[in-house]
Design a protein around this ligand. Structure first.
Ligand SMILES: C[S@@+](CC[C@H](N)C(=O)[O-])C[C@H]1O[C@@H](n2cnc3c(N)ncnc32)[C@H](O)[C@@H]1O
Length: 343
């Protein structure tokens, strides 16, 4: 059984708190057992059986080294979306609050543990309690500051499309860059809402809809790349990084003489690689990442099974449909960020 402050319950028998049975957890109501190594696994399948879980097991797993690269290269991490929009301010607020009062955070689709590490950076807020859930198979690879895991922070393998099987409710539910990777984003939002305490905040970010030619190319390429096994998809995505690097190397610029609103192109001078990236094809490349780690970024765009993109209006409709109201909203070219409360 998970020690307080979180009690895992049976995904089937929601009133039944799981108890320890040797190396497993067991539901006292139905006798179903769940492995708890390296983290409690409340899903009924191995990551390889689910394309999204399989993708992110490769993306975050030790063998690829992308996680390690980002942890060691804080300057490189700064260019990722996680360091932009409302996230840094939200995390500062949570950390400040948790110095003096108990704050419970559910990090839904916690990925490689980046939010966990941000929240628990020194000095560690003494009254912060954290639960991270994800479907990938590399949760055991997440490195923790000393004495945090099992005391203030916990991880569980769970699908966030479904209500979290935990007895407690949360002050903050955070779902960064992940709702769009679930099969039914409206359902996911409804499930996340269920985890909120009254007055709690649900913070999300989702992909924006891009210029029409970029959307069309992305959709067509994803149709070809999504079905590929991870290794093959990764090597295809390497080609996009090489294209991005070589376009950048030209140093070329293009001047567009007037706004082309139908194409989502504005007049003025554009760097050639940025122009192609913004309007035609995601060929991401950054010198600090090099080809190898830039490829992980392109792979993250073209290979996951679901990658919905939203206009601002579409996101507002989705939020309303889930019975949530927008308390804060901002967008950049790539993602929308919203702080939501239950109606
Ligand atoms: C782009 S990553 C974002 C990770 C993390 N939220 C962050 O911002 O660092 C998307 C994550 O969503 C997770 N994910 C996708 N679908 C999921 C689902 N149905 N349930 C739980 N996690 C899911 C993936 O495994 C992956 O770790």
């Amino acid at each position: 059984m998970t020690p307080p402050p979180f009690s895992l319950v049976c995904p089937e028998h929601r009133q039944s708190v799981l108890s320890l049975s040797g190396d497993n957890l067991i539901c006292p109501a139905c006798g179903r057992t769940f492995s708890r190594n390296p983290v409690p696994d409340l899903l009924g399948y191995v990551p390889e059986e689910n394309p999204t879980a399989a993708h992110y097991t490769k993306q975050w797993g030790s063998p690829l080294g992308f996680n390690r690269f980002l942890e060691k290269n804080k300057k490189a991490e700064l260019v990722t979306m996680g360091k932009q929009l409302g996230w840094p301010k939200l995390f500062d607020n949570i950390r400040r609050q948790a110095e003096t009062q108990e704050v419970k955070v559910f990090d839904a689709a916690c990925g490689r543990g980046a939010i966990f590490l941000d929240l628990f950076r020194a000095p560690i807020p003494g009254r912060l309690y954290y639960l991270g859930a994800d479907i990938h198979g590399a949760l055991g690879d997440i490195q923790s500051p000393e004495r945090i895991l099992g005391e203030q922070a916990f991880f569980v393998r769970w699908d966030i499309s479904e209500p979290l099987p935990v007895a407690e409710k949360f002050d903050y539910v955070i779902c960064r860059a992940s709702v769009h990777h679930t099969p039914d984003p409206a359902r996911t939002l409804r499930s996340l809402k269920e985890a909120l305490k009254p007055g709690g905040v649900l913070a999300i970010s989702v992909y924006t809809k891009k210029a029409p030619m970029r959307e069309a190319v992305d959709t067509a390429l994803r149709e070809m790349i999504v079905p590929l096994p991870s290794e093959e998809a990764y090597s295809v995505c390497r080609q996009l990084s090489v294209l991005g690097r070589d376009l950048q190397k030209t140093g070329a610029k293009i001047t567009i003489s007037e706004d082309l609103p139908f194409l989502g192109i504005s007049s003025g001078e554009h760097e050639l690689q940025s122009f192609i990236y913004e309007h035609l094809i995601k060929c991401w490349y950054n010198d600090q990442f090099g080809i190898e780690h830039s490829t992980a970024v392109n792979f993250d765009w073209y290979h996951p099974a679901y990658a919905y993109r939203f206009s601002e209006d579409e996101l507002y409709s989705l939020v309303e449909e889930a019975g949530l109201v927008v308390a804060g909203f901002e967008s950049n070219k790539y993602q929308h960020y919203a702080e939501l409360r239950a109606e």
